[in-house]
Design a protein around this ligand. Structure first.
Ligand code: MD6
Ligand code: FE
Length: 210
């Protein structure tokens, strides 16, 4: 992570409203925080509305957390696994997301939800839109940690040609404005080893959900 947002010059516009900040986040800084969050609310496999297991292991922090179960996708203030509130979002998480959004033209981003995803090799995430949030004027900030992944981006429809975006440890993607509702997903992960995260890829997505 840079000392101040304005010193970070290495950014790349993937599409209008979608910017990649290569290496903006620090795994060595984030790992102890993620470890602690996962002690309070462990990663788990959620179920789809149809009762199928979602392969990626997930948890959340913040005043709202993304869940999927027989009632569908939504945000809840309570972790259904522990029966208590999701862990508080750590201040370094809030600052990382807020500074990244600011650099990309979205000032005053105040995330209230952070979805924490853990992928292992062989897993993927199908094309989807993130549309369970209340306010689409607010961006989503996505932080990739651990082994690399190929992210792909479509347009406002789930068809057509995709744009590939290779994401490595520390890369941050900000999705907002005209890109806020584009379809996107993650290609099947290849086996790899990361010095901090071992065989896993972790992804944090910061949202203003409520
Ligand atoms: C992932 N990310 O990178 C999944 N969604 O593992 C997402 O689904 C995502 O990266 C909205 C905005 C940014 C993202
Ligand atoms: Fe998404």
């Amino acid at each position: 992570m840079t000392q101040t947002g304005s010193l970070f010059s290495d950014s790349f516009e993937v599409l209008p409203g979608m910017t990649l900040l290569p290496g903006y986040a620090s795994s060595s800084q984030l790992r102890p925080l993620i470890t602690r969050l996962c002690e309070a609310s462990p990663v788990r496999q959620m179920l789809t509305q149809r009762g199928q297991k979602i392969q990626v292991h997930m948890t959340n922090c913040g005043s709202a957390g993304w869940v999927s179960d027989s009632k569908g996708y939504r945000y809840t203030p309570i972790d259904p696994l522990t029966g208590t509130a999701w862990p508080t979002m750590p201040q370094p998480f809030i600052e990382l997301a807020n500074r990244a959004a600011d650099l990309c033209g979205f000032p005053n981003f105040e995330p209230d939800a952070c979805l924490i995803n853990r992928y292992e090799p062989g897993l993927q995430m199908g094309a989807h839109q993130d549309r369970n949030e209340q306010d689409f004027t607010q961006p989503i900030v996505s932080v990739s940690l651990g082994i690399p992944a190929r992210f792909f981006v479509l347009g406002l429809e789930r068809k057509g040609t995709s744009t590939p975006v290779d994401l490595s440890d520390g890369d941050v993607v900000v999705f907002g404005g005209p890109a806020r509702l584009v379809y996107h997903g993650v290609r099947k992960l290849k086996p790899a080893h990361d010095p901090i995260w071992g065989p896993y890829r972790w992804n944090l997505t910061f949202r203003k959900a409520m």
